[in-house]
Each structure stands twice: as C-alpha cells, then as structure tokens.
Design a protein around this ligand. Structure first.
Ligand code: GRF
Length: 221
C-alpha cells in the first residue's frame, strides 16, 4: 500500500459520506489521497463534490456496456490503472460481479445502513421499524461476492426512538455513518486492519471476534 493511502470512492448519489471523508482529510484526521470519485450516475451529487475538491472524476454509464460484468471489469481496470490502494463504496447502488471484484477482496469496503447481518439490501430503515427493533445502525464491511455479506469491520449503533419514521431514522443514522466511515478508513490508512480469508477481519494482527464499535469518533473493541 502507498503512503499516503490512495483511495477511490464509488458513489451513485448525493455523496454525504464522501463529504465526511473529505472533511476528515481536510481536518488533518485522515491521511489519504483521493485518486478518483467514480459513479454510474452522471448527475450524482458525489461528482459535484469531487469537482469542487479537485478530485478526478470517472463516470461510466451502464448502457455503454454489454453486461454487468463488462462494466465492472472496465471500472476495476481503471481503478487499478489509477493506482488505487483502497476502494470505498459509499452509496454505490450497483451489485458487483463476483469475478470482477475478486482481485479487490480485502481492498474494498462498503458502508451499509443496518446492523449486518440484519437487513442486507434495500429499505433497511423501514425494515428495522417494521420489525419493531429497539436498535438500528450502520456497518462497514469488506466487500466479497456476497451482497452486503462480507466480514463486518465496525458498526455504529443507535436506539430507535418513538418519533422515528423511516426518514427521521435514516437522517439520525447518517450522522453516525459520517463518523464511522472515516474512522474505518483511518485504521486502514494506518495499516492496522486486514481482511483474513475467507471471512475474517484482524486488527493489529489479532482476529476480531465481533465488529469494532463506534464510540464518539473512535472505534473500540
Ligand atoms: C448511505 O446511507 C449508505 O449507508 C448507503 O447509501 C447511503 C449513501 O448516502 N450505502 P450518501 O450518498 O453518502 O449521502
């Protein structure tokens, strides 16, 4: 891995998690270099943020490719050529092809708005509310071929409140996502985290039995 760590962020939407990473970098709390922001949506807010921050943008349109795999192979070839060490999926709303992503296993993370393994996929806030859960949260995990199924590195937990509807819960959780993702990237940049095949995570060389927990801005065992 390079020093500073070279990261590429993939986002399909507004990009508030990208913004949180940029803010952490600007505050001197995240020693990384942003080598690309890539998107499948030309109108993604994340691309405008990248432009404002002077980060190279990469827009690939799915309709220009014969298959999902062709899209993903091209995307990952470009990220390799750019020299990315780490790929961060921050609201990238595409299912990735297992073969295409394989070379990146251990070097690609995703932020997902649920306490995995609960609620893989979409509508996580609604599903947590409908289930009557008392708590909800967000997870950052290494990406494997299984959708939202790779080993979980760290989680942020919040209590579900009486006044929560889907939108309120999502908004409250988002503030925690914005601390969780930079905290995980910070550990990776420090060389302290590793993916251990087939489905583990180690911190400082010791395998984690359970995901790290966000407390304030820090991750604790
Ligand atoms: C976040 O809720 C993230 O957990 C999920 O997609 C959303 C992206 O939001 N994977 P933003 O584009 O970073 O604002």
């Amino acid at each position: 891995m390079s020093s500073p760590l070279r990261i590429a962020v993939l986002a399909s939407g507004r990009g508030s998690n990208l913004q949180a990473l940029l803010a952490a970098r600007d505050a001197g709390a995240l020693p990384v270099e942003f080598v690309a922001v890539a998107s499948d949506k030309p109108t993604a807010g994340a691309l405008a943020l990248a432009e404002a921050a002077g980060i190279p943008r990469l827009v690939l349109k799915p309709k220009d490719y014969a298959s999902r795999r062709a899209f993903d192979l091209d995307l990952f070839a470009r990220l390799r050529d750019i020299g990315a060490d780490l790929v961060v999926l921050a609201g990238f709303m595409r299912i990735l092809d297992g073969e295409a992503l394989h070379p990146w296993v251990g070097r690609m993370i995703n932020i997902h708005p649920s306490l995995l393994p609960k609620y893989r996929g979409l509508h996580t806030h609604r599903r947590a509310l409908e289930a009557g859960d008392l708590e909800h949260g967000a997870s950052v995990h290494y990406v494997t071929a299984e959708l939202d199924g790779g080993p979980v590195i760290a989680q942020a937990r919040i209590g579900i409140e009486t006044g929560d509807d889907e939108q309120r819960l999502a908004g409250r959780l988002l503030a925690y996502e914005h601390r969780l993702l930079p905290a995980v990237v910070r550990l990776i940049a420090a060389g302290r985290l590793a993916f251990t095949a087939p489905d583990g995570v180690s911190l400082d060389g010791a395998r984690l039995a359970v995901p790290l927990e966000l407390r304030g801005d820090e991750l604790v065992r």
